[in-house]
Design a protein. Structure first.
Length: 245
């Protein structure tokens, strides 16, 4: 398996954000995490790249292993080269241009020279149709454009897996189709992809498997057909009725 979570807990005092999460994600698989706000979807993603330390259990991402407590800095550096993360709020540096935002990870993480880093960054920006905006700062970009720059910044490190936290929440229908196409290309390239979303039609389009979460726990896991047309639990039936109304 590319990514494996084994009985992972995350709690803040007495409040559990994740409860005994066990989940495997294989190469070429797209897993969509759905569920109400506060279900723990974003927290789960953040634990996979060490942004949240787990309380119990084990996470394995390729050869990287995370257990209880804060991971060592060298573990995080290696992990984040293999697992890309697109944040819901983009997390772009406002004082850097589009090109500088995408170049920086190559200089800091891959230790490339500026010229080589710039060349690679331009190639990825061209791939996401943002090369013409190379000299613009984030404040001059639309939400969809910021999403593409965030994606380019993650892809430039050539990760083996990609995590997307609500990637289409602020996008118009045309931009959503662009994200659908990019995820399809990642899947075709054998990447493991994990996506959180509240937009159920989007989850149906992209996912090979869907995970329904409530209160930090996995309630149902299945194919899109199983989850959306043949739910097994009353809690999922209620969620679908509310979300698709």
């Amino acid at each position: 398996m590319t990514i494996a979570l084994d009985h992972v807990d995350k709690h803040y005092g007495s409040r559990y954000a994740l409860k005994a999460i066990s989940l495997d994600i294989a190469p070429g698989e797209v897993v969509a995490l759905i569920g109400p706000s506060g279900a723990g979807k974003s927290t789960l993603l953040r634990t996979l790249v060490g942004l949240e330390a787990i309380t119990n259990g084990e996470i394995r991402c390729f050869e990287h292993r995370l257990t209880r407590g804060v991971p060592a800095p060298e573990t995080l550096r290696a992990l984040r080269q293999d697992v890309g993360f697109c944040f819901q709020d983009f997390q772009l540096f406002p004082h850097l241009t589009t090109l500088q935002n995408v170049t920086l990870p190559l200089v800091l993480t891959k230790k490339l020279g500026v010229a080589e880093a710039r060349k690679r960054a331009e190639q990825v920006l061209s791939r996401v149709d943002m090369l013409e905006f190379s000299d613009r700062y984030p404040g001059a970009l639309s939400g969809g454009q910021k999403q593409r720059v965030s994606l380019a910044r993650a892809l430039v490190l050539e990760p083996r897996a990609m995590l997307f936290d609500e990637p289409v929440s602020a996008l118009d229908p045309e931009c959503i189709l662009d994200v659908v196409e990019e995820i399809a290309m990642l899947r075709a390239a054998g990447k493991a992809v994990l996506v959180t979303t509240h937009l159920l039609p989007f989850a149906k389009k992209i996912a090979t498997r869907v995970v329904f979460m409530v209160d930090g726990a996995l309630v149902e896991v299945g194919t899109p057909a199983e989850i959306f047309t043949a739910p097994k639990t009353e809690r999922l039936v209620q969620y679908l009725a509310h979300s698709l109304a």
